[in-house]
Design a binder for this molecule. Structure first.
Ligand code: DC
Length: 226
């Protein structure tokens, strides 16, 4: 099989990973793999069955009933398929964000999703974003970026994003949810959010999107023939 290239982008919630990763992927002609969406799909599934994401026995009992698929449409957009159903738009709620964070702490869930993520990277050149891509999923990724920003900046961006969509947004509530998710994601026992030793940190607190893209393109250019 021909060599495929992989770019891992890890970092906390709201750091702009998906926006940045999607653009880098489009510019390089790589597939963008949003791994958070996979955990969200698991959380959504368990929620439909009324299983608490913290219920170890319940999660273990129900998880075998779930088949998660990733598909790409003609525009390259990733779709999440839960037991044959497209749930791409259903998994983007604050409630599912919190539940995905809780559900992602279970070893059985992470194990089930590991090969699926690695298989995509074997098949395609990828920009993959998540929390443990550079540390666990693709420890040999060609480029590893740790994308971060202060919790306050991330909360402010999220607030503006929601307001721009005409939705109600409470900065303090958003900041609290981000801080809780940061804590949850970086303190779990298995594959916690942390910077890989060979990862390059990009703090976007004082950067706009174009500056971040330029910075990452320069890092990528040194490691991958583009
Ligand atoms: O990136 P996101 O907000 O869509 O991710 C939702 C949750 O999924 C996040 O809080 C933690 C979990 N997650 C994970 O544990 N590992 C990943 N590689 C990606 C996401």
């Amino acid at each position: 099989m021909a060599k495929t290239y992989s770019i891992a982008i890890d970092g906390p919630a709201g750091a702009g990973k998906s926006t940045i990763a999607r653009r880098i992927a489009a510019e390089l002609g790589y597939k963008y793999v949003d791994t958070g969406a996979i955990y969200r799909t698991v959380a959504y599934f368990l929620d439909l069955w009324g299983v608490s994401p913290k219920d170890v026995d319940g999660v273990e009992r129900y998880i075998d009933e779930l088949t998660v698929g990733i598909e790409y449409d003609d525009e390259g957009k990733q779709h999440m398929i839960m037991n044959g159903m497209d749930v791409t738009d259903d998994i983007r709620t604050p409630d599912i964000s919190k539940k995905a964070s809780d559900v992602s702490a279970h070893g059985c869930v992470r194990e089930m999703l590991l090969d699926m993520q690695r298989d995509v990277a074997k098949q395609y050149n990828v920009v993959m974003d998540g929390r443990d891509i550079g540390t666990v999923v693709l420890p040999k990724a060609d480029v590893k970026i740790f994308l971060t920003a202060s919790a306050e900046v991330r909360a402010k961006r999220r607030t503006l994003e929601l307001e721009a969509k005409g939705q109600k947004a409470d900065y303090n509530q958003i900041l609290k949810a981000i801080q809780e998710r940061d804590y949850n994601d970086s303190h779990r026992a298995i594959a916690p959010l942390k910077m890989a030793r060979d990862s390059i940190k990009v703090d976007t607190s004082d950067m706009n999107i174009d500056e971040v893209i330029l910075t990452i393109r320069q890092i990528v250019g040194k490691k991958i023939p583009v």
